[in-house]
Design a protein around this ligand. Structure first.
Ligand code: GLN
Ligand code: ZN
Length: 763
């Protein structure tokens, strides 16, 4: 009999219950026991939703982050919190969130500022984890009480619990050595704690433990790869069976090593590595359980169940009891329950599956495999009808869009002249001083702005009333920028709740859920729009706001758009065509917007590509392919303008070294980047590459309420000028200002503008 299991379930709650409980607790509006109760309720609900599985995951719930949970489980806390005395849950939040302002958090006794743990992206997802910290003195010790309590909790409800752990090698690989200690050298200290944990779970009556080693889907250093076998050898004989899980991609050169590991089962992401299924089965010893991830845990489309059964049935026949099926990875990356959507377009809704529905799909597959397709014929037929309807829908396939994409050629993404030439033309049209000042686009999004946007969305106010308020906001924003003396102004983006959703809502081919939230980090969630069909732009999306802003001032106003790659990377994207095709369609839509802005007299246009780097594949060998199409899409979007039009782009992340060539290929006239916290070190990549165009290195960190001083800004710009000729430098903040308050923004920009004037005078 084929068995089913799940690698992890979203813990945030279908209506983001955990988010609200956490935030209330952090603000001191609820007690620790109220928070714990919400956690217990969510776990119960999740187990109930998963009750038909043969193995229900436990330990996948987390109050903040599963990697941080693992650090606590292994007794590996950052040095700076080791002498904390207080509630252990507060210690946990302290590591997660840090503490800046004294007594901002009512739930701890200490008022010293403590840095938050560093956060970074979980593989190639949009989930962020707290980076474990290591140094030469790092020791590990087992703290399993919470996990054990949850195991008891779930078993008391008669489900078979399968604890979920991050494997020792992935745990080390995800962490950061604070003092150049070789992380691998810590493995001998770490493994005994894992062994003790497994024995403890065995004593609790646990049969199977899931051990995640997703680094097996990445390029591994030979020493790391070589360590796997011995490491897992040392974890044998504890009394529990180990299901080693890999996900997010094919195993490639790690497949043989994974197949041979001395574990009891191996999970392969069969959605991303269908061609490795047979190899894994062939190479694994005869007693190995093979778990196949057959339902995509990373997107929200219904699986094609009949097609899945076509390839799965012979495998089930061959493996018998040795086959388990599961989603490809933890369902953490998809929303909880599609059934709660009431406003989603019903046709689109019929094509989708969220976490709950994905488990139903798994159930149907299991029944079909164990009892024959006819025992679930109705479900299979309904699935086939949905798949068919999506495939044939005219809303998915637009011949006009297809024709436009087919006409794309290399010429389309090219500007007529090289940067140096364009810069001269642009200086003639829009004369700017040395060290021109600008901002990244958004200005404070006040509660008033948010309220009016919500009222308009819900139909409580008319479009005219809405427009009046937004225009008043824009006028205020322009007036502030004029009195600050900024050189290139922006309209401030009051009409945008989100830089992707705003565009998605105006493009054909996009749908929006009400509750399609996915955890990004801690209590933060995102609701990615659903890119389901061929993309087109029925009408201009930003021209009216930008030209209104321009009508109020003689200073140049910069048009503000989100780039195609960022829109793609922050959406749930259709899986029936390659991502690059959808990206090209987005690029053509943005290109039309750029050209409409140009026609309307907008001389400077910024196209944000904040998520370009996020889309990098896990394997280095695939970077080039991605970068090639991503950069080409940006170029298509940006470069259909005359020499006189100045194109800006903005990116707010910190690693340019390994992609600098592609950044240069984008050929934006000006790129603004986040650099202030790196002390301008990040410009090294641009210096070494002899980056030819203009750069606006951020001069202050907008994530902090601190007001930078003019001296600090001048100091940073001087460091920048050591790396980039000052004639090509702009002066701007690190990122958009929407999360700040006007009381912070005005003095900060005052300092920035004064600093720029000083720099000019001294140049
Ligand atoms: N233009 C956007 C803003 O200012 C850019 C945001 C971003 O880079 N994440 O808000
Ligand atoms: Zn940014």
């Amino acid at each position: 009999m084929v068995k089913t299991h799940n690698l992890g379930f979203p813990r945030i709650g279908a209506a983001r219950e955990l988010k609200f409980a956490l935030e209330a607790y952090w603000k001191g509006q609820s007690t620790l026991s109220e928070l714990e109760e919400v956690g217990a309720d969510l776990r119960q609900q999740n187990w109930r939703t998963q009750s038909r599985l043969d193995w229900v995951p436990v330990g996948d719930f987390s109050f903040y982050d599963q990697v941080l949970d693992m650090s606590f489980l292994l007794g590996n806390l950052p040095r700076r919190v080791r002498d904390f005395s207080g509630e252990s849950r507060d210690l946990y939040f302290r590591v997660a969130r840090g503490r800046s302002a004294p007594s901002a958090d009512r739930h701890d006794g200490c008022s010293l500022g403590i840095a938050a743990g560093e956060m970074t992206k979980w593989f190639d997802t949009n989930y962020h984890y707290i980076v474990p910290e290591f140094d030469t003195d790092t020791v590990f010790s087992l703290h399993a009480a919470e996990l054990l309590a949850q195991v008891r909790e779930v078993r008391s409800r008669v489900f078979d619990a399968k604890p979920v752990l991050i494997g020792p090698l992935t745990y080390l690989a995800l962490g950061k050595s604070k003092d150049a200690t070789d992380k691998l050298s810590l493995l001998p200290r770490l493994l005994p704690v894992y062994a003790e944990l497994l024995r403890t779970l065995a004593a609790e009556g646990v049969q199977w433990v899931q051990i995640d080693e997703p680094i097996l889907a990445m390029d591994l250093d030979p020493e790391w790869k070589a360590t796997f076998a011995a490491a897992y050898e040392s974890l044998r004989g504890t009394g529990v069976k180990m299901m080693l899980t890999t996900y997010f991609g094919p195993l490639q050169d790690n497949l043989a090593a994974a197949a041979a590991l001395p574990v009891d089962g191996v999970h392969l992401d069969a959605v991303n590595a269908p061609s490795e299924v047979r190899d894994l089965i062939r190479q694994a010893p005869e007693d190995r359980v093979i778990s196949l991830g057959v339902v995509n845990g990373r997107n929200i489309w219904k699986a094609d169940l009949n097609a899945t059964l076509d390839w799965l049935e012979p495998i089930a026949e061959q493996l018998g009891n040795r086959l388990w099926i599961a989603p490809s990875c933890s369902l953490l990356h998809v929303p909880v329950d599609l059934a709660l959507e009431s406003k989603l377009d019903s046709e689109v809704q019929s094509w989708l599956a969220f976490a709950t529905q994905k488990l139903e799909e798994l159930q149907i597959l299991q029944t079909a495999l164990n009892r024959g397709r006819s025992s679930v014929q109705a479900a299979l037929d309904a699935n086939a009808a949905a798949v068919q309807s999506r495939r044939g829908s005219p809303r998915v396939n637009s011949p006009a869009v297809r024709a436009a994409v087919a006409k794309i050629d290399a010429q389309l993404g090219k500007r007529s002249s090289a940067y140096a030439e364009r810069a001269k033309v642009q200086a003639g049209v829009v004369p700017l001083p040395l060290f021109p000042t600008t901002t990244i686009g958004s200005f404070p999004q006040t509660p008033e702005i948010r309220r009016v946007r919500r009222q308009f969305k819900s139909g409580a106010i008319t479009e005219t009333a809405y427009r009046d308020v937004m225009q008043a906001e824009i006028a205020h924003c322009i007036a502030e920028q004029e009195s600050l003396g900024l050189d290139v102004l922006v309209h401030g983006e009051p009409e945008r709740n989100d830089m992707v959703e705003y565009f998605g809502e105006q493009l054909d081919g996009y749908a929006f859920s009400e509750l399609g939230w996915v955890q990004s980090y801690g209590s933060r969630c995102v609701k990615p729009p659903v890119l389901f069909g061929d993309i087109s732009r029925p009408q201009p999306m930003t021209v009216a706001w930008t030209t209104y802003a321009q009508s109020l001032t003689d200073q140049p106003v910069k048009g503000m758009l989100t780039g195609p790659v960022t829109i793609l990377n922050w959406s749930f994207v259709r899986d029936d065509q390659p991502r690059w095709v959808s990206c090209q369609q987005l690029a053509l839509a943005i290109r039309s917007e750029v050209q409409d802005l140009e026609k309307a007299g907008v001389r400077i246009i910024q196209i944000d590509e904040a998520a370009l780097r996020e889309g990098l594949p896990l394997r280095r060998s695939q970077w080039k392919v991605y970068l090639d199409w991503a950069i080409e899409s940006f170029r298509i979007a940006a470069n259909g303008v005359a020499d006189a039009t100045q194109i800006h782009t903005h990116m707010c992340y910190s690693e340019f070294n390994d992609i600098i060539e592609s950044i240069a290929e984008m050929d934006a006239d000006v790129i603004t980047i986040e650099t202030s916290r790196s002390d301008m070190e990040l410009l090294e990549a641009f210096r070494r590459f002899d980056y030819p165009n203009a750069i606006g290195p951020g001069v202050y960190d907008i994530h902090s309420p601190n007001i930078p001083t003019q001296e600090q800004i001048i100091g940073l710009m001087q460091k920048a000028a050591e790396r980039i000729p000052y004639q090509r430098l702009w002066v701007n903040p690190d990122c958009g200002l929407k999360t700040r308050r006007w009381e912070e923004v005005v003095p900060a920009l005052e300092q920035m503008v004064t600093a720029a004037k000083e720099l000019r005078a001294a140049a």
